[in-house]
Every structure is written in C-alpha cells, then in structure tokens.
Design a protein around this ligand. Structure first.
Ligand code: SF4
Length: 323
C-alpha cells in the first residue's frame, strides 16, 4: 500500500462490501486519491441516479465500465488523469532555486567497486540531466580530482554535489565559501520527507546499546561486498556512536515490519526510483509512531561531522521561499 500513488477500486452492481470499505479507509488514512469503477456494466448497470448517490456517499467519482464491451473506457482514463497526483508524472527540478542558467555545478562521483560497469548510478544521471534542464554546466569529477580542479581552474562552481560516501573528503577539498551537498541529500530534499529527516537525523547521537536500526532501500540493486546500506552505513553509525547496535535492511517492495516502534531509527535511501508520495507513505508508520527518520546522505554527513554544511543550501533555499 505505501507504494501506491492512485487507486481504482473495482466493484460490481454498485455494491460496496466490507473489504472495499476497509480499502477506502486505508486510502483515506494514507491520503491516496481513488475512485470507484462499477465493472460489468453490460450485466449490472447502475443508473445515473444511483451513480450520483454512490458518489455523494463515498465522496469520490464512480463510473460505469465494462471490461467486456469497453463501455466507459474514456471516462475511466479521464478519471485516472484527474486523480493521479501531478508530481507522479510531471518532474519538477531538483535544483530549482539553487542554480541559474550558465552556473557551473561540480558533481563528485567516485568510480569504485560499487559503481556499475560502464555507467553512472541513477541519482548521478538524474542530477546531470537536472543541471542541463536548468541551462547550467555540469562538471563531473572523481573524488581525487576535486581539490586540483578547484585550485587550478578559474571556474568557480555555484554548487558542489558529492557522492555521500566521499562527502567528508569533498567538504575538505571544497573551500567553505562554495555551497556543498550530497546527491542523496538533494534527493531527500526533492522527494523525501525532508522536514522529518531534519528532526530525526540528530537522534543518531542518542542511540544506545541494543538499539535496532531499520534501513530502507527502495530498489533491489546487486549487493556488493562493501554495500552502502548493509555494510558501510552500519559500520559508520557503530563507529560514531561506539554502541552495540543491530541493523535490518528492507529492500524494494519488501514489507516494512508491523511493529515499527521496536526500532530506534529508520534510515531511508535517496529513493531515486520512487515518487515523493511513495517515500512519505513508506515512512509514515515510523513518523506516526514517533520513531526518528533520516536519509542515507544526511546520516553519513552527520556521522562525518559535516551535516550542518551539507544541509545549508536547502535550509537557505527554503527560508528564501518562505520570505
Ligand atoms: S533506490 Fe535508493 S539504493 Fe537504489 S539506486 Fe536509488 S537511491 Fe540508491
């Protein structure tokens, strides 16, 4: 259910049974837009008056449809368009408000054992595309080229975006007056639960021996021996806290544990393959249970002591937006 952007509930003969009522309760609770399709309209047609009553009673659109004769298909498509949230299919810019046409953005992308053969990972590709969509100039470097490029080159980037795994080195290599952040933090601000990440991330310093951490990854990528979610983040958090912690990874569409309150923290990846609604709904049980939530990039920055610097570009942008 957390991965749904819009629901079409299929009924027959205008009858809404207990099961459908339960589903509608869940849709409302999770703010998932939905409408009802009265299928088999060739056999069990509902009159216009009944449709009107159903619509008023359930507070959403209801349409007669027949999968056999295709009657009502155009109306179903029109309602799909009406109820699907715009941000599901229309991408806004991740970098809007952060860069202007002609600005140079440096992207620091390590080519290590986790980098896929012959290509870049999706968050990096999406960021390059976003820079170009904003008529900016993307300079893509490996982490050992950053300091030299900034020292020897007259070009002054408006922003540096780094892979989270080398964020500490990037923050050391980039002068303090150049705004610097991470790909995962860019995604966290764009489509994550950024406000709750800001509230939850500092809880890393309150972790105690025996605490359990739930790690949420949104894809099922090939797991490497030094995997970010399974190896590196657990290692970095354990070193930072000096506590005995246990970690569980839930990946792809795997179900989130029901008893979320057993966890001391939930840490979500950048979620490049999900929509904002999907990420927010996936984290909702934790937020409602009062479990602190964070994101990969923000957690890595926090345990590396560069958190305040890398969230700064977004804090400033959000403040300007609210002025
Ligand atoms: S879904 Fe998450 S783990 Fe997978 S590539 Fe995207 S940000 Fe990384």
């Amino acid at each position: 259910m957390p991965l749904i952007d819009m629901a079409m509930l299929v009924i027959t003969g205008g009858k809404v049974e207990e099961w459908e009522k339960k589903l509608m309760d869940i849709f409302r609770k999770q703010a998932i837009p939905f409408f009802l399709i009265n299928n088999k309209a060739d056999l069990f047609r509902v009159t216009e008056e009944e449709l009107k009553n159903l619509k008023e009673h359930w507070g959403t659109d209801v349409v007669n449809f027949s999968a056999k004769t295709r009657e009502g298909l155009d109306e179903v498509i029109a309602l799909m368009r009406k109820h699907t949230p715009e941000n599901t299919y229309r991408q806004t810019s991740m970098l809007a408000g952060l860069i202007k046409p002609g600005d140079v953005v440096v992207l620091v992308t390590p080519i290590d054992s986790e980098a896929p053969e012959g290509r870049l990972i999706l968050p990096q590709v999406q960021t390059i595309r976003d820079v170009l969509d904003n008529d900016g100039v993307a300079v893509v470097l490996k982490e050992d080229q950053t300091a030299r490029f900034l020292r020897d080159n007259p070009i002054k980037p408006i922003l540096v975006i780094s892979d989270s795994q080398v964020i500490l080195k990037t923050c050391k290599d980039v002068p303090e007056n150049i705004p610097t952040t991470g790909f995962s933090i860019l995604l966290a601000h764009y489509k994550g639960d950024f406000k709750n990440y800001l509230k939850g991330t500092p809880s890393l310093k309150n972790l105690k021996d025996g605490d359990k951490i739930l790690i949420l990854e949104s894809c099922t990528h090939q797991v490497s021996c030094d995997d970010i979610g399974r190896v590196k983040i657990p290692r970095w958090i354990s070193q930072f806290t000096n506590k005995k912690l246990s970690f569980r990874v839930v990946a792809g569409t795997e179900k989130i544990p029901d008893d979320i309150s057993q966890y001391a923290m939930v840490i979500q990846c950048g979620g490049c393959v999900l929509t904002k609604r999907q990420i927010i709904n996936r984290l909702k049980p934790a937020v409602e249970a009062g479990v602190p939530v964070s994101n990969y990039g923000m957690t890595i920055a926090f345990v590396n002591g560069v958190y305040d610097r890398v969230i700064q570009p977004f804090i400033r942008k959000d403040e300007e937006k609210n002025e």
